[in-house]
Write a protein that binds this ligand. Structure first.
Ligand code: FMN
Length: 357
């Protein structure tokens, strides 16, 4: 299960300390300008080693296009993107070879498969998410042709919540903050945890704008369900809210319903989705990341012989995975919308006639 999407799909490959990671995109329409510099710029937003708020691992994350383009355009054939791993320090992980890091995927991988690539978590490492960002960049190029934009930023760190969301601000912020008024407090929370050899969680907010009405299927491929699956499939994500989210269960319908006027919806508690389909308003998602599992505090665990051990980790880790994770959320959202755009094309007889006649 390394493939995601129906008509516009991504299959990723590779491990943290293997030779390379990458993806194969299937279903990209022919004739799309594949701007390699743009794909690289998206990867650079997720890249580690750029400041004190991210892991010190220094991956170059240089993308190469191996197939599916000709003279800068997509050809309608599978597009393969590869990123070679350059900063593997397998020695960092020799002390966790036979023990399970609390909060990480070691325990379940070992018990499911009977063996595991312990170097950096192997396939369970969030290194794989670079491939999703590369693929998501191509989805974003396609969506841009339709005027659809996907933006992201950090709304909360360790419970410190943004009071207002400015999606133009994250590009100026080392932690991709959406509210510059709480940015310093959020940064301090990350550094406090880091200095205490601990880590913090956070919330990324995604906004998808200028969507047509009707993307998504009414029942088993609902837009909200597929977006939630896409987000929950990202490492360390523990919850996803759409629009009013969990708070809607504490409201009256008269507070939660969005009044409809001839000019559109008055409010957006729905988060841009009704009945599993886009309603034309912005889609707003809040994605909750847990604190990075790898910390440098003594923790209780067991080894592969089920004996009690104490884990004291070393290595280079993100003090707050939500920060770089927000770019991954943005990319997965773009992949979902690109898929939904293509799936929607066969939904009416008129649409099919317009295409074929
Ligand atoms: C962008 C990103 C970077 C991450 N970096 C680290 C890291 O440096 N160290 C770590 O222990 N976990 C890191 N994680 C989280 C783990 O990959 C994740 O917690 C682990 O695979 C277990 O999966 P689960 O938390 O989804 O259950 C990162 C996650 C993301 C999204």
């Amino acid at each position: 299960m390394n493939r995601f999407g129906e008509r516009f799909s991504i299959t990723t490959f590779g491990e943290s300390h293997g030779k390379a990671i990458g993806c194969v995109l299937d279903g990209v329409p022919a004739g799309l300008v594949i701007d390699e510099a743009y794909i690289q710029s998206e990867l650079d937003r997720r890249k580690p080693g750029q400041n004190e708020f991210a892991t010190a691992r220094k991956e170059e994350d240089k993308v190469e296009i191996l197939s599916g383009t000709f003279e800068g355009l997509s050809t309608g054939t599978p597009i393969t993107l590869v990123i070679y791993n350059t900063d593997q320090k397998s020695g960092d992980y020799s002390n966790v070879k036979d023990i399970f890091r609390p909060g990480h995927a070691d325990f379940t991988y070992f018990h499911k498969y009977g063996l595991r690539d312990y170097r950096g978590g192997g396939r369970s490492s969030a290194r794989e998410t670079a491939a999703r960002v590369a693929g998501g960049a191509i989805a974003k190029l396609m969506l841009a042709q339709l005027g659809i934009s996907v933006q992201s930023g950090i709304s909360a760190i360790h419970g410190i919540e943004a009071q207002a969301l400015d999606f133009n601000y994250p590009k100026n912020s080392l932690i991709y903050a959406l509210d510059k008024n709480v940015e310093e407090a959020q940064k301090a929370a990350i550094l406090d945890a880091k200095n205490g050899h601990d880590s913090v969680g956070g919330v990324a907010t995604i906004k998808i704008s200028n969507l047509p009405i009707g993307l998504g299927q009414g029942l088993y491929y609902k837009l909200d369900a597929v977006l939630a699956e896409a987000m929950m499939g990202i490492n360390a994500v523990k919850a996803v809210e759409i629009g009013e989210g969990i708070h809607s269960s504490a409201l009256l319908a008269s507070q939660n319903n969005d009044p409809i006027t001839p000019k559109g919806f008055k409010t957006n508690h729905a988060g841009g989705i009704l009945g599993g389909m886009s309603n034309g308003d912005d889609i707003v998602l809040r994605i909750h990341f847990k604190p990075t599992p790898s910390i440098f505090i003594d923790q209780e665990s067991v080894n592969t012989d089920n004996e009690s051990v104490h884990v004291s980790l070393k290595g280079r880790h993100d003090p707050c995975v939500a920060v770089r994770g927000s770019i991954v959320c943005e990319s997965m959202a773009a992949l979902v919308i690109a898929d939904m755009v293509l799936l929607n094309m066969g939904s009416t007889m008129n649409g099919i006639k317009n295409y074929y006649t």
